[in-house]
Design a protein around this ligand. Structure first.
Ligand code: SAH
Length: 248
């Protein structure tokens, strides 16, 4: 079981697989007023940077589940490196449908809401692991500017304009299932660059080391087209944020 190989290539050097910087991840951890010993669940935990740094900085304990074997390995190494391996557990597996045995104070899905069919389904799934009064974290894109055409939405690698909402509508949508938005940290365009532009050097280095790989043509084509596609579309039209929710 694994994610498509292209992501394991293009994001192999990323610690954070989203347009949020280490500084903003730290801001978010502080904003949530985490208490030492609090349990945090992270579905689609990637390379584990959120749980590992919050374990170091706030003394939380965490469970992360991710479908990428590579990222899960990197998460375990990061936990060792930060000296908090006894506080966090990283599981390689499918997070869709995952409910933790023990209730958690924070249940997160940061940039992987497709695991439960979208934002609403993911909130429902996370709520099943949450203690009363706990916080749900959702990381999700939104339109900074509404794409004028479906072609522009596809340029952002969305299937259609209806994949995402504008920020006010996204916040309003959290109210439907009865949640208050109690905090948020948003990415700006420079933060997007750290996520997207970092893939280009990784691809370039990978190509130099893997010329004969069956994927080399795909990666070459992507490296050639991605910088222009990204600045034309994603960087202009797509926002991203992490939203903290509490049940009303
Ligand atoms: N939250 C992390 C990773 C976000 S990228 C971070 O912010 O760094 C999305 C992640 O979802 C990837 O790590 C990918 O491997 C993972 N993923 C995709 N489908 C999944 C599934 N069905 N179950 C668990 N993880 C999944």
């Amino acid at each position: 079981m694994d994610i498509p190989r292209i992501f394991n290539i293009t994001e192999s050097a990323h610690r954070i697989h989203n347009p949020i910087t280490p500084e903003k991840l730290a801001t978010l951890g502080a904003a949530l007023r985490l208490e030492a010993g609090a349990r945090v669940l992270d579905l689609g935990s990637g390379s584990g940077e959120m749980l590992c740094t919050w374990a170091r900085d706030h003394g939380i304990t965490g469970i992360g589940i991710d479908m990428s074997q590579l990222y899960t390995e990197q998460a375990k190494l990061r936990a060792e490196e930060l000296g908090i391996a006894d506080q966090v557990k990283f599981i390689h597996g499918d997070a869709s449908g995952f409910v933790s045995d023990e209730k958690v104070s924070v249940a997160a899905c940061v940039g992987a809401t497709w695991i439960a069919g979208g934002v609403a389904g993911t909130i429902e799934l996370l709520a099943r692991s949450l203690r009363p009064g706990g916080i749900i974290l959702i990381g999700e894109p939104y339109w900074r500017q509404l794409p004028p055409t479906e072609d522009v939405a596809r340029g952002c690698l969305a299937h259609s304009i209806s994949d995402f909402l504008m920020l006010p509508e996204l916040l309003a949508s959290f109210g439907q299932p009865g949640y208050d938005v109690v905090e948020m940290v948003l990415a700006n365009q420079d933060d997007w660059d750290r996520y997207e532009a970092a893939k280009w050097l990784t691809m370039r280095r990978w190509l130099e080391a893997n010329l004969d790989d069956e994927f080399a043509n795909d990666v070459r084509a992507k490296l050639t087209s991605e910088p222009e596609r990204y600045v034309t579309y994603t960087r202009e039209y797509l926002g991203w944020g992490v939203f903290a929710l509490m049940q009303r």
